[in-house]
Design a protein around this ligand. Structure first.
Ligand SMILES: Cc1ncc(COP(=O)(O)O)c(C=O)c1O
Length: 283
């Protein structure tokens, strides 16, 4: 445990920081710059432009998030809902179907039940506590499965290892909203999920002053979502100032989060959350 903790401390502080440091500064400055020199002719992917979320601040945050969560790549979005919507609209095409747990954050529920059907995307709810029932929900066009690790607002935790096994068995893309667990306490990708989502309104920042969302996953999956993000016109640019705020918070997060977490454990003694957290720990 000690070695895992010190590795996490090191990742929180150092991962993603540019080497060598710009002009030797210890804190990465905020690059409030729209355009950058275009050095490698011909390769559109090399273009650096603020709308494409690839300033030095963004790149440092992507590397830090991917390192902490043991993913290959990461991406930030202007809000949590932008992260969720862009991810789902990348994974799912018209005529495809996916499974969502029957208790979810209201905004996500509304996106899935009101907006995605307008794009021809079908869904079915499943009971995350009853794996036996899941198979009956599968269709030939089922492509993905979506869960919240700890649900908002009911604080429920489903049979998460079964979700991973089920998605592997049926070749589904598994997506987890890890917001309430945080990237310090739990790493969905290491447990077999394909994508992990976070919000800056909660543990990705926690100061109630910015609202970006983030995605961590494989290089290939994140690249696909990035292309979709560039194509979509709303809610996509995350200002470098906000990105820098998250970087600063993560650097100091090894101290507040364990304290915060132990407070949650105390408060949850009388609720089913404790049982849920126990299950997550053994997962
Ligand atoms: C679990 C969960 N997912 C998604 C969201 C949406 O995030 P945002 O408000 O940043 O768009 C929230 C917001 O509270 C949430 O609690």
């Amino acid at each position: 445990m000690k070695s895992i903790q010190s590795k996490l401390d090191t990742q929180l502080i150092h991962a993603g920081e540019p080497q060598p440091r710009f002009l030797g500064v210890v804190c990465l400055p905020i690059f409030q710059t729209v355009y950058y020199e275009y050095t490698s002719a011909g390769d559109e992917q090399e273009l650096r432009f603020i709308r494409l979320n690839n300033t030095p601040n963004h790149v440092a945050l992507y590397k830090k998030l991917a390192s902490i969560e043991n993913g290959e790549a990461a991406l930030v979005f202007a809000s949590g809902m932008a992260a969720i919507a862009t991810t789902l609209l990348t994974i799912l095409k018209s005529g495809e179907h996916f499974l969502i747990q029957n208790s979810l954050y209201g905004g996500t529920h509304s996106l899935i039940t009101h907006d995605l059907p307008a794009f021809g995307i079908q869904y079915d709810f499943f009971n995350p506590a009853d794996p036996i029932s899941w198979k009956t929900k599968l269709r030939p066009n089922t492509r993905a499965i979506y869960v919240e690790m700890i649900t908002n607002p009911l604080m429920q935790v489903g049979e998460l290892p079964e979700v991973v096994m089920f998605s592997r068995e049926h070749r589904l893309i598994s997506v987890s909203d890890n917001t309430f667990v945080s990237l310090v306490n739990y790493h969905p990708l290491e447990c077999g999920f394909d994508r992990s989502l976070h919000l800056a309104t909660k543990y990705l920042n926690g100061h109630s002053d910015i609202a970006p969302g983030a995605l961590v996953g494989s290089q290939e999956l994140v690249a696909q979502v990035k292309n979709r993000l560039v194509e979509l016109t709303t809610c996509k640019t995350t200002p470098p100032f906000n990105v820098s705020t998250i970087l600063d918070y993560l650097t100091a997060q090894d101290i507040p989060l364990p304290i915060n977490y132990s407070m949650v454990l105390e408060v949850s003694l009388a609720s089913n959350l404790l049982e849920g957290l126990r299950r997550l720990k053994n997962f």
